[in-house]
Design a protein around this ligand. Structure first.
Ligand code: ADP
Ligand code: MG
Length: 385
């Protein structure tokens, strides 16, 4: 039985009627372009085959009923006109947040019944929270005839997360979940939100991309994110530009010289400016079909995050060093840092060897066993039934 049929049946058991439809939205990994999103820069995510699937029906009585197969606590019942920013600390803040954001934008959303489940690991830096927001927004857009485009869905989800949930996230993850296409990575300019689909068909080239979820999240990560963000803003201010995106790659040395003895800011600026250049380099290599050649660029990116941006951790470094030692073409940490996941680009034939090497290295270091899976660039959010 397909996933859509199973979830539709569960919906019927919960709410006593068939859902009007079933939708899916994927998690994502970022191929390259880390911490560039809040510097108006470039990112290159692709969608995972792992999705959050939601069965949804409209209601016209102002009631919002939410249920997740992956959360404790049964059905949560709320009133759409009572939703208030930062009032909810549980998982329901994500779906409620998009209902709030839709209504705040003037869309007459008068309630819904929702049942969902997900194959995206939570808290692994693979964006389960954004997939949850995107799937609900797409479902409500379809059901209420709003006709929202992918970028509009992403904007609404960002507002839900920033204002309603109260988390200061950028625009990349929601855009990836809403707009990615199978067999492609999504080049996104986070300044004007222009996007391009970049061919990234690993299977056709006999390659694989492994995602290694380290299963660690170091406690100080939120505060460190804020510090990096503030440091980048300071760098832009000292250099007299709107955002670090405006520092050209060939003007980097001059910019660093102008920053004088601001050692920390110099490191942050160097990462952002070189990272934007790496995104552009990976895009042009993929466009010429030279997927193997992106390997060394990923490795450069990891070194920059480890040494200049200083957001790696022993687990992520161990994945990268071990995988490269076992013959990987490229590897780097992905996501916000201090844990979460790394990506490893390999020849398909090396999957067993590289996976085993990483698992053994983790065991030898006394780290929690990582979760390793192969990721095929998959489709963005869509209706299943
Ligand atoms: P990430 O987005 O990297 O997976 P976050 O901490 O940002 O990690 O988001 C995870 C949170 O999103 C969970 O704690 C939960 O509140 C919510 N969430 C994600 N998927 C689900 C789901 N299937 N059911 C209920 N809540 C979910
Ligand atoms: Mg998240």
């Amino acid at each position: 039985m397909s996933e859509a049929v199973v979830i539709a049946e569960q919906f019927k058991e919960l709410y006593g009627a068939e859902p009007e439809g079933v939708w899916a939205a994927p998690g994502r990994v970022n191929l390259i372009g880390e911490h560039t999103d809040y510097n108006d820069g470039f990112v290159l995510p692709f969608a995972l085959p792992h999705t959050t699937v939601a069965a949804v029906s409209r209601r016209d009585d102002g009631v919002l009923r939410l249920h997740s197969a992956d959360a404790e606590g049964g059905v949560v019942e709320l009133r759409v006109d009572a939703l208030a920013p930062e009032s909810d600390k549980s998982w329901t803040a994500y779906p409620s947040g998009v209902v709030w954001a839709l209504r705040d934008a003037g869309h007459a959303v008068t309630g819904a019944d929702v049942h969902l489940t997900s194959t995206i690991p939570q808290g692994a830096g693979l964006s389960s929270s954004h997939a949850l927001e995107v799937v609900i927004t797409l479902a409500l857009s379809d059901l209420y005839g709003l006709g929202l485009k992918g970028w509009q869905i992403a904007r609404l989800c960002q507002r839900a997360e920033n204002v309603y949930v109260g988390a200061p996230t950028g625009i990349m993850d929601q855009t990836a979940s809403a707009c990615c296409q199978a067999g492609h990575a999504l080049f996104l300019d986070t300044r004007d939100l222009s996007q391009r689909q970049i061919p990234f068909d690993l299977a056709a080239e006999g390659m694989r991309l492994l995602v290694v979820d380290t299963q660690v999240k170091h406690a100080h990560s939120d505060g460190e994110y804020g510090k990096r963000r503030a440091g980048c803003e300071k760098g832009a201010a000292l250099l007299g530009v709107d955002a670090l995106r405006d520092v050209p790659y060939d003007g980097l040395d001059a910019a660093l010289a102008r920053l004088g003895d601001e050692e920390e800011v110099r490191r942050l600026v160097r990462h952002i400016v070189t990272e934007n250049e790496r995104v552009e380099r990976v895009v042009s290599l993929l466009q010429t079909g030279d997927t193997r050649a992106i390997g060394p660029v990923l490795v450069e990116g990891h070194a920059s995050l480890r040494d200049d941006f200083r957001i790696s951790c022993p687990e992520l470094d161990l994945v990268v060093d071990t995988a490269l030692g076992a013959g990987a073409v490229g590897a780097r940490m992905t996501g916000g840092g201090f844990g979460g996941s790394a990506i490893v680009l390999i020849e398909a034939a090396d999957e067993g060897t590289v996976t085993k090497a990483v698992e053994e290295a983790f065991a030898a270091a006394g780290f929690t066993a990582p979760r390793v899976f192969a990721a095929v660039p998959a489709a963005g959010a869509h209706r299943l039934v």
